[in-house]
Design a binder for this molecule. Structure first.
Ligand code: ADP
Length: 877
């Protein structure tokens, strides 16, 4: 079929030209009071935005699909599309349609994309929105990111793709920009995570970028920042004066936690709900400002490793903790501080309005009070921070003199600038006010001279001022001065030369006054723009103070202590708690636990029944380490901790559904990551490693992993396991210690003590947990039965195994390793574990226990029970 090119109307032709430049964005095309979407944009947009789909030129053979949104509500619609990961190009009318000759000129004034969204509302105000650029050169994986709303601009280089990906995920970036094609593996990974990929076709002129890259030595980093800035210039088409000079950061100067571990530890998002509630940030965030809240997240994302820096934060938290009233005062002032970072962004952007400037003024007015509170605490630890609190008096005064206290949102309709700020404006305003009085007087005068009591002077948009006389009174009107303007059903409207003259004055004054007000407003805004760097520095200092006071608040509220830090590979926590679990269950209910790992202990092997608290115990250590290195106090009675360079976790069933990996594969990948990258100064948490595969398979892996950590990695490691057999490893591995989480049985019920004590656990209690979960009684009975027979079989095996192993030569897997490893296949049989040496009376104990378990109490008399207990006592002697 031959396709006949449709002839487009001039307007649609213009539309199409613009649309061709933005094929991957929704084009919002301004038509009067609406933004219209056409063609495919309209069809898809109507669905996504729940708009009515109509069409242009209904009658034509091929009507054009169309839908529209009112221009005043446009931001809401744009936000919806951006949140869904789309881009929106805003195409404005560039001239007044009334004055335009021919087609109204139109142009795209802004391309909004997920990574460049500025007006973040609600919860999003507490988060950064990062746009990231990526550039690869050999083994350099360079990255630059910016938050357009706050002006933050940073760059770094990684040596591996996985590290780059990890950082992209950490930053929660929603959009990645590149100049040259990205490798398919990166494209795939970004795609899986719904991160939009945008390509920038060319670099901006060097002059536009060099200011921002002036502090960067690394050329690749300069290049990646240039890509990022070029994209911002292309999409935003306006001043980016608030972008801060790019800073290069070293990932190695912070504690590293990969994104798996961050997810597992629920630092920022709850594993189950995906929300903030129940996370560490949720617990720690008692900040009073949105910028404080964002900084807290950044600190949580990058705990420090420099002891001095950590201690500097701790010192400040301590002073704030000790000064309760001052802290209260600080909070009272901080709460009145608005989001200075984002206000500064809007000033630069030219999108600031009168109300924003009043917010700016109010915020600045708090600064001297905050400084004063810091001074009253009279502690040198706040000297430096206090000095950074610049109250920007010149700017505050300017706002105070120029901007009305309660200005309208619009900056073009007047009412923004204060009286007495500008003489000319005052004159216009007088003219307007006097004019109105004069009109009122004239009405009075006309009524008197004509004797028409209901004569009135009114105003309308089309005819201006008029004198209105009802028809019945027309004959009372003297003919000479009155000139007819308009006839209504019951009345006639007139003007007089006198009225005309005043009208011109009044209307002129109004127009001139609003125009002048706008000019003055822009002048003020430009003045504020010169202070953006100072504003940003102030914002930074205030955010810091806000986070520190938040630390003091939570430390007091939840009884945290200041941890001591060491570089001696020693870990001591007395009565440590998991802050979030404790908050949910209450301080009284939570059972605190010690962690005691001297220089000579690298591995704690944790056993205990399911649900007893093993993983909580491990998590609480990791959270305490993160909190300590953020400079916060920690949930314990006393602590002395090493500074960890990295934390690795393999906890729980963090099935990586997004990437479609199997649970066991993820488990192995996470474990491998730890084994490859952990150092002696790292912390590793392995929860039930090997669980995801067959028993012997899993057990073998678990043991091999423990041995590997013990012999090669030397990191502080907590390893929880349900493989009892592993507890015997303490005989071979001198840096491994057994601990267990206690539980007792009462009347056949399992009581969890949640208390971690030395030594291995003696039972698995799985069936009891199944009972707690409410499984049918018959099923449980059957399981008990099976268990008993398995145990007796195992007992026989065990004894046999022990003798066999003792008499066998043990082959080691790793020949270079002098430590005995697990025995390998011999005589066609897989001997996996050398059993722990048994206590001489172990078997007897087991027998007694088994009899005890099998006892049917209900059918026994108390005397029979006593006899039985007596016999056991004899046996055990
Ligand atoms: P495990 O890893 O041994 O299966 P969890 O660490 O998941 O057990 O803990 C199970 C539950 O026990 C937790 O959800 C919590 O309610 C409770 N719990 C854990 N540790 C403690 C503790 N120290 N004090 C009080 N309750 C705890």
């Amino acid at each position: 079929m031959k396709i006949v090119a449709k002839k487009l109307t001039p307007m649609m032709e213009q539309y199409q030209k613009v649309k061709d430049q933005y094929p991957d964005a929704f084009l919002f095309y301004r038509l009067g009071d609406f933004y219209e979407l056409f063609n495919d944009d309209a069809i898809k947009g109507a669905q996504l935005l729940e708009l009515t789909l109509t069409s242009r030129s209904h009658s034509a053979k091929n009507p054009i699909p169309m839908c529209g949104v009112p221009h005043r509500a446009v931001e809401n619609y744009v936000d919806i599309l951006i949140d869904k990961g789309y881009k929106v190009a805003i195409c404005e009318q560039m001239e007044d349609p009334k004055k335009a000759k021919g087609m109204v000129k139109r142009a795209v004034t802004r391309l909004v994309t997920p990574g460049t969204q500025m007006d973040l509302k609600g919860d999003q105000a507490q988060s950064n929105n990062y746009l990231t650029a990526v550039y690869l050169d050999g083994s350099d994986y360079c990255l630059a990111y910016a938050d357009l709303s706050t002006g933050e601009l940073k760059t770094t280089t990684f040596q591996q793709q996985s590290e780059l990906m990890n950082e992209l995920i950490n930053l929660q970036t929603r959009e990645v920009v590149h100049l040259e094609k990205l490798p398919q593996s990166i494209i795939d990974e970004l795609g899986k995570r719904n991160i939009l990929i945008s390509s920038q076709s060319q670099l901006a002129k060097e002059a536009e970028v060099s200011y921002l890259t002036q502090n960067l030595e690394n050329q690749n980093q300069q290049h990646v920042v240039a890509i990022l800035v070029s994209y911002l210039l292309t999409t935003q088409k306006r001043s980016l004066a608030h972008l801060q000079i790019a800073q290069s950061y070293q990932p190695s100067s912070f504690m590293k936690i990969d994104h798996y571990s961050k997810t597992n530890l629920e630092l920022m998002t709850n594993l189950r709900s995906g929300k903030r509630q129940g996370t560490l940030v949720w617990l720690l965030d008692e900040t009073k400002t949105a910028m404080g809240s964002r900084l807290l997240k950044r600190w949580l994302d990058r705990p420090l490793i420099d002891q001095q820096k950590i201690e500097k934060r701790q010192d400040k938290v301590q002073v704030l903790l000790d000064n309760y009233f001052e802290r209260q005062n600080l909070q009272d002032e901080l709460i009145k501080v608005y989001d200075l970072e984002r206000l500064a962004g809007r000033v630069a952007y030219g999108s600031v309005n009168g109300r924003d400037l009043i917010q700016l003024k109010t915020s600045l007015q708090q600064v001297p009070k905050i400084k004063y509170v810091l001074e009253t605490m009279d502690s040198p630890v706040f000297d430096e921070l206090g000095n950074r609190l610049d109250p920007l008096e010149d700017i505050a005064d300017l706002m105070d003199q120029a901007i009305n206290d309660d200005p309208p949102i619009s900056v073009t309709d007047g009412g923004v600038i204060k009286d007495h700020y500008n003489d000319q404006l005052d004159n216009y305003r007088d003219a307007m006010n006097n004019g109105k009085q004069w009109i009122a007087d004239l009405q009075q005068k006309e009524r008197q001279t004509t004797g028409i009591n209901n004569l009135k002077i009114g105003y309308n948009h089309v005819f201006g001022y008029y004198i209105e006389v009802t028809k019945v009174n027309l004959d009372k009107l003297p003919k000479d001065r009155y000139e007819r303007k308009q006839t209504l059903t019951n009345a006639e409207r007139f003007s007089t030369p006198e009225l005309k003259e005043k009208e011109a004055l009044i209307l002129g004054a109004q127009e001139k006054s609003t125009a002048l007000e706008y000019d003055l407003f822009v002048e003020v805004r430009e003045q504020v723009k010169t202070a953006i760097e100072r504003l940003q520095a102030l914002a930074e200092a205030l955010s810091e103070l806000d986070v520190l006071q938040s630390f003091a608040v939570v430390s007091e509220k939840y009884h945290f202590v200041r941890p001591e830090l060491n570089h001696d590979h020693q870990l001591m926590i007395k009565n440590g708690r998991h802050p979030v679990v404790e908050k949910f269950m209450g301080h009284q209910e939570y059972v605190p636990n010690d962690v005691q790992m001297g220089q000579d202990t690298d591995i704690l092997l944790i056993t205990g029944p399911n649900m007893s608290g093993k993983s909580t115990y491990m998590r609480q250590l990791a959270l305490s380490a993160v909190m300590a290195q953020m400079g916060c106090f920690i949930p314990a009675e006393k602590a002395n901790m090493p500074i960890f360079d990295q934390i690795f976790t393999r906890i729980g069933a963090a099935d990586d559904l997004v990437s479609g990996e199997s649970t066991f594969m993820v488990e192995m990948m996470e474990a491998n990551n730890a084994l490859l990258h952990a150092t002696r100064n790292s912390l590793i948490l392995f929860d039930e490693i090997g669980r995801g595969t067959a028993t012997y398979d899993g057990m073998a892996l678990a043991q091999a992993i423990i041995e590997y950590v013990h012999n090669n990695v030397h990191a502080k490691t907590l390893f929880s396991t349900h493989y009892h057999e592993l507890t015997g490893l303490d005989q071979q591995l001198d840096k491994l210690q057994n601990v267990h989480v206690g539980a007792t049985e009462e009347n056949g019920e399992l009581i969890f003590l949640h208390k971690v004590t030395d030594g291995p656990a003696d039972k698995s209690y799985g069936i009891h947990v199944a009972k707690l979960a409410g499984m049918p009684a018959t099923l449980l009975k059957r399981a008990n039965h099976i268990l008993q027979s398995l145990e007796s079989e195992h007992e026989d095996d065990h004894v046999a195994g022990a003798t066999v192993t003792e008499s066998k030569e043990v082959n080691t897997v790793n020949e270079s390793n002098t430590q005995p490893q697990y025995p390998v296949e011999q005589d066609g049989q897989l001997e996996l574990f050398s059993p722990a040496p048994k206590q001489p009376n172990h078997r007897r104990n087991d027998k007694v226990l088994k009899q005890l378990q099998g006892l049917d109490l209900m059918s026994m008399t108390p005397m029979e029970v006593m006899n039985q207990v007596y016999q056991w006592q004899q046996k055990l002697k």
